[in-house]
Design a protein around this ligand. Structure first.
Ligand code: ADP
Length: 597
């Protein structure tokens, strides 16, 4: 049985009272017993001496009467014993019927030790415990013994009275113990309740600093307790800070992160994960299968929970459709897994662009290289002997090598721009002289195709750009216009100042317009891609590489401008370039058909 605080205090008090009263009782009983017996012995000795004095001159026959009188007066049994041990007179019995008393211990002692013998013994004669005291006494008939005895009743009465006192003391001690234990336990439990209440508040996180300082009974405990509460609060604060830092990092991560417990329930998702998987707001605690329905991901999580870390690539149905790589890692102590999901859509697209580029380059190179080789073989096989044939083959070889050289130049140019090795040297450029140079460069071809070139440029137009790059851009666009426009067509170059408005800086818009075949709407967003051609046969026949507009777009972007193409009704195209007039750029691109990358 488990005792409560009150029960324990009571038990201890009872034990204390009982042991004190018990030990005290035994000790005092012994002392009282010893003391009373000694008094009685003294008393009996004195009575014996008195009796001896009085017995002088009393004859043996009168001794019985003498002992009766003296015994009556002293309220004691008085015995006179002769030198031979025979009882000569006794206050309680007839001496004739009494046996010889010479070997009675008190008689023996009276004659042996200093003339006084005592014995405590049960008297068969009176059937009661008696204290005997004997002294030698000179009687008429010779040396005899006077013995005085009293029952021990007085002693026993004194001891009994003492015992009653002790029992009463024990009972009042017990009552006091009950009362004291009740008081003590009440006081103690009240103080303890304060401590326990405060501990509970601490556990619930509602504790106030220094709450226990007032509690004097628990001064030391209160001090330690308050220190503990302070330490706990600081630890909690540190933990909370760590947690919010960790959450901020997780939330800011570009990769999606999911944490899943061993029951496959979501325990944490970051912002990237919510966006990627388009998760509903309350996902924590829900099962993964209910929230994300991607079998590859479930398989990965299953493996992860078995302790196998691995990765899987899969698609997340959009829009936009994303390609992702998910990696799984098991949490320590088998508390689930963490899945980190990286969006590799752009990476995969770049890989495919690179593959396409290599395939395109090989394809573009194959034809001219094939022509050079085949014609060289034909010439060596004998065509050299026939000059008119040889000339045709060499002409074809020359054209093929020109194409090869154009292609290689454009490839070098584009790789130089894309790798960042094309360094621009921007400055304020006057448009007019630049356009004159460009038109001059295409003049021969225009004349050949009977194409009219015209120019309409506002005077003193200045842009912020790189001379070489702008020259390249304009030449390419004007050359394209002349190349793709049919015989007898028109190509114009126009440039206007646009002062801009609030939030949009001033710009210059340059337009190259032709009345050629135009570009259909489906092709327009893609003509600025590498190797994109609207009509591949026609492009090759006019010596095109399919890289010109891609280079144009790169250069215009690098100068902080924008480029695009608009259709002209009823026929023709309008390629436009918008350039800044100051170093801060052109702001938001113009309306119309923006260039695709
Ligand atoms: P290419 O070397 O083939 O000319 P570009 O990158 O310069 O390559 O042009 C891409 C494609 O855009 C061309 O193949 C052509 O089909 C189309 N294109 C360019 N300029 C014009 C234009 N002024 N009129 C019609 N089509 C054009």
């Amino acid at each position: 049985m488990k005792l409560g605080l009150r029960g324990r205090i009571f038990l201890i008090s009872v034990m204390l009272v009982l042991s004190t009263v018990g030990v005290g009782g035994i000790y005092f009983e012994q002392r009282v017993r010893g003391w009373t017996q000694a008094r009685m012995e003294q008393e009996l000795g004195a009575y014996a001496k008195l009796t001896c004095e009085m017995a002088q001159g009393v004859g043996v026959p009168a001794l019985t009467g003498f002992t009766e009188r003296v015994g009556h007066t002293l309220e004691a049994r008085v015995t006179v014993i002769g030198s031979d041990g025979m009882v000569l007179g006794d206050s309680k019995r007839d001496p004739e019927r009494m046996d010889n008393h010479s070997v009675r211990p008190e008689v023996v002692a009276a004659h042996e030790s200093e003339g006084f013998g005592v014995a405590l013994r049960h008297s068969d004669t009176l059937n009661v415990t008696m204290l005997y005291a004997a002294i030698p006494c000179q009687l008429d008939g010779g040396a005899g013994t006077i013995r005085v005895a009293r029952p021990l009743r007085a002693l026993q009465d004194a001891v009994r009275a003492l015992r009653i006192v002790f029992v009463l003391a024990a009972l009042s001690g017990l009552a006091l113990a009950v009362f004291m234990s009740w008081i003590t336990s009440s006081l103690l439990s009240r103080a303890l309740r304060v401590v326990v209440g405060e501990a509970q508040r601490l556990a619930n996180g509602t504790s106030e600093k220094g709450m226990l300082l007032a509690s004097e009974e628990f001064g030391g405990l209160a001090g330690s307790f308050n220190k503990l509460a302070g330490d706990l609060e600081r630890t909690m604060e540190t933990l909370a800070q760590e947690r919010s830092r960790f959450e901020a990092v997780l939330e800011g991560l570009a990769d999606a992160v999911l944490s899943i417990d061993e029951d496959r329930r979501l325990t944490m998702v970051n912002r990237a994960a919510r966006t990627l998987f388009r998760l509903p707001p309350a996902t924590i605690g829900r099962e993964l299968v209910d929230v994300i329905r991607i079998p590859s991901l479930h398989e990965l999580v299953r493996e992860g929970l078995k302790g196998e870390s691995g990765s899987a690539e899969f698609e997340v149905i959009g829009p936009p459709r994303r390609v992702v790589v998910a990696r799984v890692a098991r949490l320590p102590e088998n508390r689930g897994v963490v899945v980190a999901v990286q969006d590799v859509t752009d990476l995969r697209r770049l890989e495919s662009v690179r593959r396409d580029f290599v395939a395109n380059v090989s394809h573009e190179l194959r034809t001219p290289v094939g022509i050079v080789r085949a014609n060289a073989e034909t010439l060596l096989d004998g065509a050299l002997e026939r000059p008119e044939l040889a000339r045709r083959f060499l002409d074809a070889q020359l054209r093929a090598s020109e194409r090869l050289s154009n292609l290689v130049n454009d490839l070098l140019e584009i790789s130089r721009i894309e790798s960042g090795r094309y360094e621009l040297d921007p400055d304020y450029l006057r448009i007019e002289p630049l356009t004159s140079k460009v038109l001059q460069a295409v003049d021969e071809l225009a004349v050949k195709k009977n194409i009219t070139l015209s120019r309409d440029i506002e005077s003193d137009l200045v842009v912020w750009g790189d001379t070489q790059a702008l020259d390249h851009v304009l030449l390419n666009l004007v050359e394209n216009a002349v190349k793709y426009t049919q015989v007898g067509g028109h190509v114009s170059l126009e440039a206007k100042f646009d002062e801009g408005e609030e939030g949009r800086p001033a710009t210059v818009r340059i337009e190259i317009r032709d009345d050629g075949p135009g570009i259909e709407a489906v092709h327009r967003p893609r003509v600025f891609e590498r190797f994109y051609r609207v009509d591949p046969g026609r492009s090759r026949s006019v010596g095109g590489t399919g890289l010109g507009l891609a280079i144009v777009k790169h250069l215009v972007d690098a100068m902080g401008g924008s480029v695009g193409v608009d259709p002209i009704i009823p026929r023709g195209s309008c390629f436009w370039v918008v350039l800044p007039v100051n170093p801060e750029g052109v702001g938001t691109p113009e309306a119309g058909e923006p260039a695709a990358g």
